[in-house]
Design a protein around this ligand. Sequence first.
Ligand code: ZN
Ligand code: ZN
Length: 659
Amino acid sequence: MLRRLRGLCLPLFLLALALTPVFVYARAGGGQGYSGGGGYSGGGGYSGGGGFGGGSGYGSGHYRGHSPFDKMIDEHPIAFILMVLVIMYLFKRFGNEGVNVYKARTIVRGSLAQRANDMTAALADLTRRDPDFRIEAFLARVSPVFRKVQTAWSNGDMAAVRAFLSDGVIERFTLQLAMNKALGIANRMSAIQVLETRLVQAESAAHFDTLHVHIRASAVDTDVELRAGEVIRNADRFEEEFTEVWSFLRRPGAKTLARPGSLEGHCPNCGAPLQIVDAARCEACRSWVNSGEYDWVLAEITQACEWLPRDPGRAVPGFAELAADDPALNVQFLEDRASVAFWRWQAAHWDERAESLRPVATETFLSSFASSRIGLDSRYKNAAAGSVELLAFEPGEPCDRAHVLVKWCGEALGRKDGRFADEGHVVRHHVLVLLRRHGVRTDPRSGLVSARCPACGAPPSDPTAARCAYCEAAFNDGSRQWVLSEIISRAVWKPPTTPARPSPAPEPVAAALAPPAAPADDWASLLAPADALAILVAAMVADGVVEPRELDFARAHARKHSIPEERIDGLLDAARRNALEVPRPKSPKESEAFLRCMSAMCLADGRISSGETRTLVALGSRLGLDSGRVQKLALEERDAAVRRARQALRPPLSPPPSA
Ligand SMILES: [Zn+2]
Ligand SMILES: [Zn+2]
């Protein structure tokens, strides 16, 4: 017995040594406190498991018979056996946990490294084309821009910032201001402070460069009743902190200006101070200053929890087929165009007539809107759109189509006995289908600007006209421009059935370092944490019984992804009223995709805790998946995340290919 113990003593001691760093790791509390984004600078530097090399004095050969263990075994055999048992127990008890903590750290570090790699590649590409570009200088321009936009909003007049807002963004602000005015209120933001600006994603693509800036700010947000001038919300002037992602676009040919540009109120083309009235056009040189040709344009504002980093490798189905005949075709323009159409549609609800849709929607859409009472019997207060994402192109005859997802929410007002009454919070996911005659090409000079005559370039004299006042060209027949032809609930939308050949990346993307991530099932690939929460709540409420554990899980998810916790109550309430019009998994395959997506979101802090696993299993059973399957999915997601992380942390084998 003692002989055999003696033979074991070295391996056991080494094991004890080897475990030491794991315990150290465990105490360091890895995996927690992940603050997202910043900090991480560049790829390499991964140091492996750390600290294992320990006991160098234990070279084989000269220990036998001399080691202190032999003495211990001879003198205190019971103590030695106890020690071995304790080590074995500790290994069993904490070994797995140590491995989990280690993997969690790897996942968190890897995802930071991945983002940093992508960002570095995109910024390098941008700087190659525009050597004067400096991200720090750009971020320094963002804070004043943020304050200017808030001030213009509070003053109820966006003219001062029109020059750098995309058409989609200006539509949104214009409509929201008009709605507030109609309600007799104004939203006033004061004591605005920008606490942090940080780049969270940079994209370099064939037609646009994009910089997504995470902005953390605080302000006193009040509603004022216009007639009496009385504060009707937040009268105590409580200061709130909020985070948003502002996305700026610019054409790749544009260069950093040595003088103030459109963000500073000057024409980015000729330098003249801008006096903009209706259209974002410089009076001096007649150029469209918000096209992105000359300077950055604010193209999207998204709440941080609604924002989803763009997958640089995502191929939009049908893009390659259409782009073969239309080289200037691009995703960014279409998304802004869809955004304009969406806000016009909201305006039409509000106005109770289709007028504002006239320039952007087909005649068929206009007449169906006018004839359906649904459009006229409800309107939405404080409507807010999450991200706007192009799902697919559908080449066809006589028209090509583009399917764009708009996730939005608002306070529904329904007509009852001739008056509009509050119906509560609604969350909706809609697919806007835009069409354009087959064979029409995108005007490469138009940049982001869609609010001008596509035939003669004249600014619209009447924002509700269906044809150009100068050249008579129709705006809404799809002969030159993408127009809204249909709006479908995402829950019943089906991807176009055109043979979607596996196309190469839609645009030559510079961020070629992105791993060939297993293509997520389309069903869940575009869900931001806030969307997943809505679907989760919908599933929880489906059979009428909300389990406390699931509610805890929803709360933890909200905390993990900085979603205001009170949103859960709004969602629960909406779900009970059947006003949560979000997609729900309809087949085992979709359920699996959703559970994978939820598991991946749990992994934001690198791990899926046992509590989370139990809730995922419960959720799975609601969605028709057995417990073993759900646990397997969760493990697979974790392992895939570890693999991706290791790949991201590995120093690149060869320099990134130059585009
Ligand atoms: Zn000018
Ligand atoms: Zn015209």
